[in-house]
Design a protein. Structure first.
Length: 137
């Protein structure tokens, strides 16, 4: 749930869970509804500090009892260097195929900035997730 709030994935609800259980292990699949800012690059700054209120509809919300623990793990495992490596794995051809005037490098920088700043302000969406979970109990 933390990851979906981080990437602003609106598509993990009871109507469309996009979860796969395979050999007793849960996999999050289909992230096509995440990173909405990349359809509207001028909204990037606004999306960074979004509380992601859609988390209240998340299919895993009833079991989300360890948001703070998940946040600690994410902060430990996602330093800027790791985020940079991940963003650099995206082929330039994919970035260049997105309509608009931004170059592949500008898009890479935008994604890296989004992930870095979103992680730095994660307390905003973490608190929203904790509030949403508390309304269930």
């Amino acid at each position: 749930m933390w990851f979906d709030a981080f990437t602003q994935n609106v598509d993990r609800t009871p109507k469309n869970a996009n979860l796969l259980l395979w050999h007793r292990k849960l996999y999050l699949i289909d992230h096509g509804a995440a990173l909405y800012f990349h359809h509207d690059w001028p909204s990037l700054q606004k999306k960074i500090e979004s509380p992601f209120t859609e988390i209240g509809q998340h299919i895993l919300l009833p079991w989300a009892t360890e948001i703070e623990e998940a946040a600690a793990i994410a902060h430990e495992r996602l330093p800027r260097e790791v985020l940079t490596e991940i963003v650099n794995m995206v082929p330039d051809e994919w970035l260049e195929s997105i309509p608009g005037v931004l170059s592949a490098r500008q898009r890479q920088t935008g994604y890296l900035d989004f992930f870095t700043w979103r992680l730095a302000s994660s307390h905003i969406f973490e608190q929203e997730a904790i509030r949403a979970h508390s309304r269930l109990v």
